[in-house]
Design a protein around this ligand. Structure first.
Ligand SMILES: Nc1ncnc2c1ncn2[C@@H]1O[C@H](COP(=O)(O)OP(=O)(O)OP(=O)(O)O)[C@@H](O)[C@H]1O
Ligand SMILES: [Mg+2]
Length: 342
């Protein structure tokens, strides 16, 4: 194991390691004033993906370790490409789990996704409706003595996963921008600037900053945080994982700013680690027939996601104790995604 690795891919938590991450290079140093914010612990989506058990085997290969750590040191997004089911999305969860970085912020990209969805949303209609209701109630009470309602615009603003990742936290958050290749043509370019500058503005708050400089808004974690002057600026640059199934190419300016990682399907020791993480220490040995069958797929060049093996082992444990039944199950579940050699 290389000494300089902060993320070690050992499949068990070692939160003290992130303290050893050196300062960023000067061109990636961000200096916003720290904002007090209590980062929530990992949620069930991380445990679901990683399995419930810690394993004594490495869960990543050496290329992955090198590049993840390069991205950590350089404060650059990691652009992970690879076939379906090789573990691209799970990589983000593994980093948050090992380094104790709290709940993973997830932004699943679809063709309609826009930069603004990741940064924040403003429920202008909800705010208008609430104001009308308040006014009506006040008229009914014929009060007029309470004075104007305080302008609580923050209740209608919610930071998205990217916006929340850019809060000035002391430790980096992990942000998964999943399946960026599904986006429309503009999103990768729009992302560039925010990822480069580590900041963005909320015009609705900037406009009232002279009257109300500090506004509490909701975060993607469902908590409240103070935003000053309508600006969100980062301190520890988040660990950003962009994933892609290579459905399309990205613009060169984005590629230039990312660390590219081509994730390979887990084999041998890594595959054993995944099986053990989900089913326990003995599971790999006990299911070697299914594992062998799965790994043989590599030889015929077919595309098979790891989930197929995990599903087959789960079913075999419950439904198929004899060899013929096990074979039937694996036949049924382990079909190449691309139906034949590529
Ligand atoms: N480090 C790991 N520990 C435990 N399980 C893992 C690990 N990495 C991947 N897996 C398992 O492998 C399966 C596939 O992983 P994942 O969903 O991350 O793949 P993907 O590359 O994002 O696929 P897709 O392109 O279809 O989104 C999941 O069931 C996940 O639980
Ligand atoms: Mg995925």
């Amino acid at each position: 194991m290389s000494e300089w690795y902060i993320y070690q891919g050992i499949g068990r938590p070692d939160p003290a390691r992130i303290e050893q991450l050196p300062d960023p290079p000067p061109w990636r140093a961000f200096d916003a004033e720290p904002v007090p914010y209590d980062v929530p612990a990992l949620d069930s989506s991380t445990h679901r993906r990683l399995g419930a058990r810690t394993v004594p085997l490495p869960v990543q290969d050496s290329d992955t370790l090198e590049l993840v750590n390069a991205a950590l040191y350089l404060r650059r997004p990691l652009l992970v490409t690879g076939d379906p089911g090789v573990g691209k999305s799970t990589l983000a969860h593994s980093i948050a789990y090992e380094l104790g970085l709290g709940r993973v912020l997830e932004w699943p990209i679809v063709s309609r996704s826009e930069l603004r969805d990741g940064l924040y949303s403003y429920d202008a209609i909800g705010r208008l409706q609430d104001a009308q209701l308040r006014r009506a109630a006040q008229e009914q009470r014929e009060a007029g003595d309470g004075g104007p309602e305080s302008e609580d615009i923050g209740r209608y603003i919610k930071l998205g996963p990217l916006g929340t990742a850019l809060l000035a936290a002391g430790r980096p958050r992990v942000l998964l921008i999943d399946e960026l290749d599904k986006s429309d043509i503009d999103l990768p370019n729009d992302l560039l600037n925010v990822l480069e500058e580590g900041r963005f503005a909320i015009p609705e708050l900037e406009r009232i900053a002279d009257r109300t400089p500090v506004v509490e808004v909701l975060t993607d974690d469902g908590r409240r945080v103070a935003v000053t002057g309508g600006q969100v600026r980062c301190r520890a640059f988040p660990f950003v994982v962009l994933t892609s199934n290579r459905e399309r190419e990205f613009p060169a300016p984005l590629l230039r700013r990312c660390i590219p990682l081509d994730l390979k399907a887990p084999r041998a020791e890594r595959l054993a680690a995944l099986v053990q993480a989900h089913f326990g220490q003995d599971a790999h040995e006990a299911n070697h027939d299914l594992v062998d069958r799965f790994t043989q797929a590599e030889a015929d060049g077919a595309l098979r996601p790891t989930d197929q093996l995990l599903n087959a082992i789960f079913l075999a444990q419950h439904a198929a104790r004899d060899t013929t039944r096990r074979e039937e199950i694996s036949e049924l579940l382990m079909q190449p995604l691309d139906r034949g050699p590529r």
